[in-house]
Design a protein. Sequence first.
Length: 564
Amino acid sequence: MVRGVTVKNEQLTKQVYQTIKGLYDYGVHEVVISPGSRSTPLAMACEVHPQMTTYIHPDERSAAFFALGLIKATKKPVAVICTSGTAASNYMPAVSEAYISRMPLVVMTSDRPHELRNVGAPQAINQVRMFTNFVNYEVDFPVADDFQSSHDFVDAVLLQASRYFSGPESGPVHFNMPFREPLIPDLSATEYLKVEPKSQVTYQKMVNIEPLRQFIKRGRGMIVVGDCQNEDLSQLLLFAAIHHLPVFADPLSHLRHQDSPYILSTGDTLFKVYQNVEPGYIIRVGKPVVSKAMNRFLAAVSAPQILVQNSLKPDTFPVVPDMHLEMTANDCFRQLAEESPVLSPGWFEFFAHLNAVVTNVIQQHVHTVNDEGTIFARLAGQLAADEVLFLGNSMPIRDCDTFFVGGLAKPYCNRGANGIDGVVSTAMGMAVHKKVTLVIGDISFFHDMNGLIMKKLEGLDIRIIVMNNNGGGIFSYLPQKKEELLFERLYGTPLDLDFEHTAKLYGFNYQRYETYDNIQLPKDGAHIIEILTNRQDNVIAHQELTEKVKDAVHAELSFNYAAE
């Protein structure tokens, strides 16, 4: 009996160590582990790996979003490990976010062996292909044995999966790994974990951009830039300068802090009040922009549109482009470097002037009005260029689009599935590597309070600004608000929570403010800063800003400016 246990342990040790070693060699250097018995082989293998960095997170849903934060900060693949059963189910929200955002999340779900599936064994559910709609690659591992073919299988899986760790096919992968007892590997067999980096498969593809050259000859071009996953966009800016083209920059493009007159930061606000313009062509770069007004314009305009996105699965929203170039922006615009510009007098100047008019209105509004949007603007302006501004979905990302017209920090957001879940955990993951300030609403904050445990477990510093309007503030901007008898129960959903208790529970410093207070962000440390706001006041202030911009733009157009 002892001999049999020893043989099984050796088989298990070789398979698991081979897997963890291979992942490290292919670039997976961080792993987030949620405690559990069946995942013991994987957890221990990662823990004894000489160079793997591990984080322990007891909540699988938050753990997976924490891993997404690590990926955003490092641009490298990160693994998550959990035990069998419903523990794996909790990964679904983060896996779906990773899939749409093309983030290389390596999901490793431990499982019961095949003979314990579908027989009523405890903590056993059908985990095979459980993420099939949201992963680029998935495999159900065999139980460890001594056959050479099993070792070859592991090598093949790692090679095949590694193609999704970067490049145009980047995205999540799923390893379902069944283990028989005993579960403890040979912790002394570290020779199996020796670090020997592999040569990763690199992706190269030649794309024909000749049709784009024909579009450029039309003149009167426009560039719209969304989230580009931190791509280098220097060639895009050079192209815009040579051709005198307006570049409408989404906050997630990380272009708004660039020192270039061609970058326009007020597209969302401008296109809310003025869309009477017809470009010769539009180049869309990266993922779709946040702005609903900009997307409405793109869907309605008749100009040909070219999507430049380094992805095999192009994001065609808000309208299917006339052409998709599967390449990075720099590769695209570098090939256009010798293209002779077709200049349209007054074209760029028209947009640049309107951008300046709108910027001035926004800045005046920020200095005279107190609501969530203006508070956001004043606080975001306190952040330095090397800091991360992480944004909750719903109002924070929209307020960033409107008010972040002169900030220096780099905005991030879980803008794949646009969910309110996991926002705290993703920001905490980024805080491992960056200085992070999170701006989040009270409902979203409540939704992921478990993520705050990483402050205690990892000693992370982060500033969390909770815009507390006591409910789902974004719904107040929608038609549902007119149904007063049903609105508050179904959409407003006031929680009446005092987040000071949350701060004490997780070891954060705590400050509470009203909208009219002069708020100065603390320089360092872990802080929860709760700002009490009013949903109706926020709606009125946003409507007032739109009217101010509309009046200013229309006055300017009637006085002197029209597109040539």
